[in-house]
Design a protein around this ligand. Structure first.
Ligand SMILES: Cc1cc2nc3c(=O)[nH]c(=O)nc-3n(C[C@H](O)[C@H](O)[C@H](O)COP(=O)(O)O)c2cc1C
Length: 218
């Protein structure tokens, strides 16, 4: 299949070793940030926060978060060009949703007279909220849409990346407590350019189940 989308998706892969001398351009970073912002989410809830790690100081803090586990991902902290902490809001309240509905109206997407109707969509969040107000399972699902969106964006930009569930959420929560502002980070994404000759995962064929196994057309 030679379609450009498929070519790009076949080329994207999980980088295992970065070239610390190569940096993502400001132009590409802007595209990545806008792709994050444009990600879809149920009821346009956007229950997330993305922390972009760029400075040496922030990279050191991220590196420190591997003190107890998942050290196999630690080299990316300093060798990748940038890292994104993907964080979800475990307590996405009706008031927070109101802020999104305000944006719906302000953007011109939603007519002002439809405000209350749209607020009613919070029922989707409510259906996924327990007595303590926790709805992290639902907001985390929304967060992964942004992750997928950025993986595809990076594939199209020809930028290598490493999704990492191998992070220490607890320690990250302590080290980046201020920036996370109540959000929870259980997945991060390293981005940059692979190190020639040292990235064992580069250029290998894709290992996926056949379509017949996973897709059924009725
Ligand atoms: C949500 C998620 C978490 C992952 N966590 C890690 C990780 O912590 N470290 C790592 O090296 N790869 C990680 N991976 C990479 C997967 O192993 C990889 O995407 C999968 O084997 C498919 O290979 P490909 O990305 O090269 O196409 C993760 C991928 C995803 C989507």
């Amino acid at each position: 299949m030679s379609q450009q989308i498929i070519t790009d998706l076949n080329k994207r892969y999980t980088a295992k070793k970065y070239d610390a001398s190569k940096r993502i351009s400001d132009t590409d970073l802007e595209i990545i940030k806008e792709a994050l912002r444009l990600s879809a989410s149920s009821i346009n809830s956007q229950p997330w926060k993305f922390i972009i790690i760029e400075s040496d100081d922030a990279k050191q803090r991220f590196s420190d978060s591997f003190a107890n586990k998942h050290q196999f991902n630690q080299p990316h902290a300093k060798e990748a060009s940038h890292i994104i902490l993907f964080a979800y809001d475990p307590f996405f309240t009706r008031d927070k949703f109101r802020e999104r509905v305000d944006a719906e109206v302000a953007s011109g997407h939603l007519p002002a007279e439809m405000y209350d109707n749209f607020m009613g969509a919070y029922a989707f969040a409510e259906a996924n909220t327990d007595e303590q107000g926790y709805n992290g399972h639902w907001t985390k699902a929304q967060l992964y849409l942004a992750l997928g969106n950025v993986l595809h964006t990076l594939a199209r930009l020809g930028i290598a990346s490493t999704p990492m569930e191998g992070v220490d959420s607890e320690l990250l929560g302590e080290i980046f407590e201020t920036e996370l502002d109540g959000h929870v980070c259980e997945v991060a994404l390293a981005m940059g350019y692979h190190k020639e000759g040292e990235d064992w995962n580069y250029g290998l064929p894709k290992a996926r189940l056949p379509q017949e196994k996973i897709i059924q057309t009725l």
